[in-house]
Write a protein that binds this ligand. Sequence first.
Ligand code: ADP
Ligand code: MG
Length: 511
Amino acid sequence: MIWRSIEKHTGMQVDRLIRDKYTVVIGLEVHAQLLTASKIYAPDSNQFGCDPNTNISVITLGHPGVMPKLNKKVVEYAIKMGLACHSEISPVNIFDRKNYFYPDLPKGYQLTQDTTPICQGGYIPIRLKNGETQEIGLFKIHIEEDAGKSIHAEGESDTLVDFNRAGVPLIEIVTKPEIISSVEATVLLSEIRRLVRYLDICDGDMEKGSMRCDANVSVMLNGADQLGNKVEVKNMNSIRNVQRAIDHEIKRQILELEKGNQIPSETRTFNDNSGTTSGMREKEQLNDYRYFPEPDLSPLIISKEWLADIKQSMPELPRQLLDKFISEYQLPEYDAQFLTDSKTMAHYFIELCELTHNYKAASNWIMGPVKSYLNDNGMGMSDFPIEPKRLSDLIKMADVGKISFTVASQKVFPQLLSNSNITADAVVKDLNLVQDSDTGNIQPLIDEVLASLPDKVEAYKKGKKGLLGLFMGEVMKKSEGKANPRLTNELLKKCLDQSFEQPLKGYRKRN
Ligand code: ADP
Ligand code: MG
């Protein structure tokens, strides 16, 4: 699909046969801004969205003689991510200066970790479409500071610079070149986002720029023993754009190679409007940055005790919850995936399952009425106004047949949403919604409905069995949703099947 849309937008045609001659290789570099109160080496606030240049102490501005001081939370957060990704945690950490000149980098260097990243190796398992799990290896996760922000405002000939972001703590997750398609890259990226959110270390919001992804892409002829030159693509502000950028890049590279050209190693930028990438700069040589150890920070030693404490504080991760939902709650994988997508959702569901033991019913409620409500109102689970206890009471009532699902979801649920003090029980009593399981009440409604739809009854008799749903719907409507659906269904069928032999009065079309 995406390939086709690229063709449409760019006029670039790549024959499937040609494409299939090549193997795609992708590695991601993902930056995540950490949700600490203060910056990485300075006490300035790390709050997003403040007025420009308000969180800028002399340390952030790199005045001569100031000393950086490492924020302990940053280290803790980076270690948490490393543990979640099965990385080795380096006991001894050195920080390095990465030197380059840029207007939004007041110190003239970025304080990062070059040779001793805090997390080494590791992997992130992703679930592929065919249900299999693939582990994507990591080179490392390291700690570093963000730069400020240059602002090129429209109609403004000068470039403005906001240093609030300078010194904001980042982790950079660097994967091995083990990803083989744009889809895999997006699945991995979603998983990384889910992990940082579960760990509460980053809000994972790519649109806001608090999570950013550079995609390194290369192609090579199938079976080649050397990887192709990689191109690094930047400036994708959503997971979908990462996919678009990669797909465009794969195509562009294949076309170049097919023309007999080389692919230069370079950095390219993605353009959201055209869906294409264009060259920014030739990739700097590694030694251009003149890394050297930061003399103003002593080596960071991570004691066994500290590491043990952090391990102790790790929350359950999405993968563990997914397994729990499948094995303990016996839910289908689809449900479990949906329910573990966010931590708030997963924890809400766990609470719900402690109150009602019909796990599948609970899941259906979340994936049905609750999800619709959240979608319609552009809300997340943390804004959902019904606490697990009130929802579980409603689920139980529907489950034991006291009220029908229709009444529960269409009449009681909205009341619970709009009134935080009211219980399901009170709504059912107030509105007199208890399900009617009395044949004596339902049968007359059935008779009325069948009498009013002689054509349809005829059609049913001729074999259009699907019409049962229509009759059901009509009876339910007449009962104001209160008729017990199972009983109604039984009675209806009995009635209709009887009428084969002995049409009741009024069923025949009058001549
Ligand atoms: P550099 O030294 O140029 O920064 P690295 O080895 O540090 O390169 O890798 C940076 C990123 O590029 C990693 O995510 C890695 O997986 C990816 N990468 C490396 N080589 C390739 C390649 N040939 N094709 C695609 N991605 C690659
Ligand atoms: Mg690198």
